[in-house]
Write a protein that binds this ligand. Structure first.
Ligand code: ZN
Length: 218
């Protein structure tokens, strides 16, 4: 999955797709396996007419991973990369990134009322409880609650948007955790994704744990 060699893209094409996401997607698809640094991303993300640099390109980039299912490597996945260097590993997209169903506005209102405007994520029986608009003490930034599907999308995508019991309100941090680190279909934690997202120090701790577990000379 990780390229054998670190080669920088020399792409200076103009991207004139309508949205920031579409321009970034085109940029990465034109540079599969190559390192695309921050400056190139910003250049491609710019509004082709006004030249304005979008503030939210980081968000759009992470949506290419979470919503479109692309494997975009960063320094967290491949040690050779510097911060803000990215590589689209291949053109394949993960199946989990099927199109998103959303609750209707009325259903979402009901969900938020049940949730009392607070994140409904539970871990070891402990409710997250971060309130909409509060400051996230761990992740920083203002909490924005968004709908999360509590059952796999395949169950019944047609009736779901109107059934509040199929949805929960989650803060941004727990949305990311659930999308990347937890497989809704199997209910299992995605250990590899967690390790990829972990800091170098956390990776070292995990490695030393594994070395002890298996014995160094395995
Ligand atoms: Zn939360």
């Amino acid at each position: 999955m990780i390229p054998t060699e670190k080669i920088y893209s020399a792409d200076d094409s103009k991207y004139d797709q309508k949205s920031v996401s579409a321009r970034l997607e085109a940029l990465f698809l034109n540079n599969v396996g190559l390192v695309v640094p921050r400056e190139q991303i910003i250049a491609a993300a710019r509004n082709p007419i006004t030249g304005k640099e979008p503030e939210n390109w980081h968000q759009r980039l992470s949506e290419l991973r979470t919503d479109k299912g692309y494997t975009i490597l960063s320094a967290r996945d491949w040690k050779a990369l510097k911060p803000e260097e990215y590589v689209l590993a291949n053109v394949e997209r993960r199946e989990t990134a099927a199109k998103r169903v959303r609750p209707t506005p009325a259903t979402w209102k009901q969900v938020m009322a049940r949730a009392e405007n607070a994140c409904e994520w539970r871990e070891d029986g402990q409710l997250c409880g971060l309130k909409e608009g509060a400051i996230d003490p761990i992740g920083g930034g203002t909490v924005k609650l968004t709908p999360d599907h509590t059952t796999p999308h395949s169950v019944d995508p047609n009736s779901d948007p109107t059934d509040p019991t199929h949805w929960q309100a989650l803060c941004g941090r727990h949305q990311v955790m659930k999308k990347n680190f937890w497989d809704g279909a199997t209910g299992k934690v995605n250990v590899i994704a967690i390790l990829q997202a972990a800091s170098v120090e956390q990776k070292r701790q995990a490695l030393s744990f594994l070395e002890q577990f298996f014995g160094r000379d395995r």
